[in-house]
Design a protein around this ligand. Structure first.
Ligand SMILES: Cc1cc2nc3c(=O)[nH]c(=O)nc-3n(C[C@H](O)[C@H](O)[C@H](O)COP(=O)(O)OP(=O)(O)OC[C@H]3O[C@@H](n4cnc5c(N)ncnc54)[C@H](O)[C@@H]3O)c2cc1C
Length: 389
């Protein structure tokens, strides 16, 4: 799967979609159901995506990646979800590296990006959220204190997804006490933590309503080499923010894929299920929620594409990325709820996959950022309303 952002056209994106579909055909509903029951990691699926080069879509070719555009990456994540698979197991491998790519030194990029591109190193754990600070990232309490050529890290993260299936973690920690920092957003730093060689690191899985491999992580006098600091000390919050747009756009694309899966599944069932001597889909009471979900999905899809295009052009896309994630997550939830209703009792049966997909897609109204925080961003930064927190 080779290509460059500049040369890639709609035919290339269509070919990428077809290739993702073909790969996903090998991972049908039974595969995901069995994993869901055990809360097990989809190792074979992730390996197949890695070997096909899809997870290295956004890594430039000079570092061994596929060098594709954000539109292509959007197509990959959307198709995974629309095929009934779940990209949450590995989507972060696609975008977390962006912080290293944008803010890492030449030596860091040369050292880390090629193995991340090949998949021999996994960078798919993102240690930002903490139990006490929640959405208020600037209040996080994990500290990293410089001691010679190392930093000593103490603290705790929560909801650090895929930590058990990742070699590296992008870690945000406080390097200057809040009261001594030169500004509200200064004093946090980003580290590329090599979990394979970390002493004083404990990872505990958290069982959730869907199969998500999320964890809580504890740091007890854990040393990180100073050379693993990304960019300048104290500027980590800005570096993390700059990566969040890609995350929101790609998760928006996943939600569009989920919505398409629900709409297709509901339409097919409504055509074949006969009650009162006719297909249920002949009743407008059944048709209209499907049609409404379709319209809502298409509108959200336009916003995902608008955000991806602005991102690709290097323009500010904070508002579009936030709106794309919010609208797409709402569209996938509406479509999922409609799909359950269309299936009646069978919407609750495990073998139909509807209830599993519904549990999986619900997350995206909360993570990576909750709807209220998207709305407050728009209110303040787009509409000029007073800051609320
Ligand atoms: C399964 C899962 C996987 C995750 N993966 C990761 C990960 O890999 N890495 C990572 O760092 N984090 C991860 N997260 C964390 C996720 O980003 C947070 O859960 C999310 O940002 C919300 O933060 P919180 O849970 O602390 O909620 P809180 O901040 O406690 O907020 C609770 C509720 O109050 C609302 N709220 C809070 N403040 C305000 C306000 N000022 N105005 C209006 N409403 C407000 C929020 O919108 C939310 O609905 C994950 C979470 C889950 C559940």
């Amino acid at each position: 799967m080779n290509g460059t952002a500049s040369s890639e056209g709609s035919a290339d994106v269509a070919a990428i979609r077809a290739a993702v579909r073909a790969l996903c055909d090998d991972f049908p509903g039974e595969y995901w159901r069995a994993l869901d029951r055990e809360r097990a990691y989809p190792t074979d699926f992730v390996r197949a995506l890695t070997e096909a080069g899809f997870l290295a879509a956004l890594i430039p070719e000079e570092y061994g990646g596929s060098g594709l555009s954000m539109r292509a990456a959007v197509a990959i994540m959307e198709e995974i979800q629309a095929s009934g698979c779940n990209g949450a197991a590995c989507h972060a491998q696609m975008y977390i590296m962006g912080t290293v790519l944008r803010h890492g030194s030449a030596a860091q990029k040369a050292r880390w990006l090629p193995p991340i591109a090949s998949g021999s190193l996994r960078l798919q754990a993102f240690g930002v959220t903490e139990p006490t600070s929640g959405t208020d990232t600037l209040a996080l309490r994990t500290t990293a204190v410089r001691a010679g050529d190392r930093y000593i890290v103490n603290g705790q993260k929560i909801w650090t997804s895929r930590a058990e299936h990742s070699d590296l973690m992008l870690l945000l920690a406080r390097t200057t006490p809040r009261e001594e920092a030169e500004s509200r957003t200064a004093g946090l730093s980003v580290f590329l933590l090599d979990m394979r060689e970390a002493d004083g690191l404990t990872i505990r899985p958290i069982r959730t309503m869907m199969n998500h491999a999320t964890t809580e992580v504890f740091f007890d006098n854990m040393a990180v080499p100073a050379e693993n600091l990304i960019g300048e000390e104290g500027k980590g919050f800005r570096y993390i923010l700059s990566g969040m747009n890609a995350e929101r756009i790609l998760i928006g694309a996943e939600c569009i894929g989920d919505a398409k899966w629900f709409i297709e599944k509901a339409s097919a069932y409504a055509k074949e299920r006969v009650v009162f001597g006719r297909p249920i889909g002949q009743n407008q009471g059944v048709q209209f929620p499907i049609a409404r979900a379709y319209a809502q999905m298409r509108a959200a899809e336009l916003m995902v594409h608008a955000a991806a295009d602005r991102y690709e052009a290097g323009r500010d896309c904070g508002a579009e990325a936030n709106m794309a994630k919010m609208l797409a997550a709402e569209a996938s939830w509406t479509a999922g709820d409609m799909c359950v209703q269309t299936h009646g009792g069978f919407g609750f049966a495990e073998e139909f996959d509807v209830e599993r997909k519904l549990r999986e897609t619900r997350l995206y109204q909360v993570a990576p950022i909750s709807t209220n925080l998207v709305l407050s961003y728009l209110a303040e930064h787009v509409l000029g309303l007073p800051r609320s927190y």
